[in-house]
Design a protein around this ligand. Structure first.
Ligand code: IDP
Length: 154
């Protein structure tokens, strides 16, 4: 497996509280992604600020951090060929009004700020984001082995 086959996702608080975890995971697995790691957590403010640090100077930063810490989220590592691009296509545009029909954001997002899911935008970010939330011993290969080998997760 190569790094290009992994991406990282979060099911955001609004989608969790609306009971969309199951429907979203169904869309993900029906689209051919394998779940390599997954857990439910609640972000602390400092964690959300680091995760979205690239947006620190944007006007929506404070409300984004407040929203992302407002309730539990599901974090997961997904595997599929060309995972980053394939998953961005599956989730659709950041703004659900502009997302194509059938995409996760079109189906489950409430607004651009409460847009149901996160998906990594590059292979490098996918690995950084996966390692932000998971230790190596929590990420599994298709054979159920811990994804420890250097060519598997780094
Ligand atoms: P992405 O999640 O589609 O990669 P980014 O531009 O990286 O989009 O923005 C990160 C997150 O910040 C978005 O998913 C969304 O929740 C929030 N966001 C982005 N732009 C806006 C905006 O104009 N208003 C409110 N929230 C926004």
């Amino acid at each position: 497996m190569e790094s290009g086959n992994l991406t990282f996702t979060m099911i955001k608080p609004g989608a969790v509280s609306n009971e969309y975890i199951g429907p979203i995971l169904s869309k993900i697995t029906e689209a051919g992604f394998r779940i390599a790691a997954m857990k439910m957590i609640k972000l602390r403010t400092a964690q959300a600020e680091v995760f979205y640090g690239i947006h620190r100077d944007r006007p929506f930063f404070k409300s984004l951090v407040e929203f992302m810490t407002s309730g539990p989220i599901v974090v997961a590592v997904l595997e599929k060929e060309n995972a980053v691009e394939a998953y961005r296509a599956l989730i659709g545009n950041t703004n659900p009004e502009e997302a194509k029909s059938g995409t996760i954001r079109k189906l489950f997002a409430e607004s651009v700020s409460k847009n149901a899911v996160h998906g990594s935008d590059s292979d490098e970010n996918a690995l950084n984001e996966a390692m932000f939330f998971f230790s190596r011993s929590e990420i599994f290969t298709k054979d159920g082995e811990v994804m420890m080998a250097a060519n598997q997760i780094v």
